[in-house]
Design a protein around this ligand. Sequence first.
Ligand code: HEC
Length: 151
Amino acid sequence: MKWLVWALFASASVASATPPVQSVSPYAVVGDAIEKSLTGQAGDPSRGAELIQQRHKSLCVLCHSGPFPDPHLQGTLAPDLTGIGERLSAGQLRLRIVDMKRLKPDSIMPTYYGIVTNGKDTRIAEGWRDKPVLTAEEIEDLVAYLRTLRP
Ligand code: HEC
């Protein structure tokens, strides 16, 4: 099952337009959270709501379900995100999107804000190994949106 997910990830990445080259700014992890905004500003929840549904860009709904349109197209490989804004703080959400593997090294969830320094990691499509999957702004938009998901 794992290889299938990564195959999906790789092909979805290749299918999308080549993003501009980005850099990863340093961030501080405290406990299980990144408390400070990666951009120094709050994200835009409406942009985050759009991004989370973009199957070929954010990929979130390949694995996650939640209160998003098209429930029949949502994945079942990961926890449902309904009510996640109540369970996790902005800082906790931020670290999970930035680098879930820091909390769970064998997680299938992609590291969205990091650079794969191990060139042998062939699970990431070649053109994507030296740049983050999402920009700092996009991650902040997702955090802002997920915080609105409360029961
Ligand atoms: C390849 C599958 C996959 C993709 C794509 C994915 N995730 Fe995840 N995600 C997981 C899994 C699996 C977990 C549960 C932790 C674990 O077992 O690794 C998780 C956990 C989470 C959690 C914590 C949930 C909780 O209940 O504690 C959040 C928040 C989250 N993901 C958000 C996102 C967002 C936002 C995106 C898109 C930017 C995304 N995920 C993309 C697989 C994925």
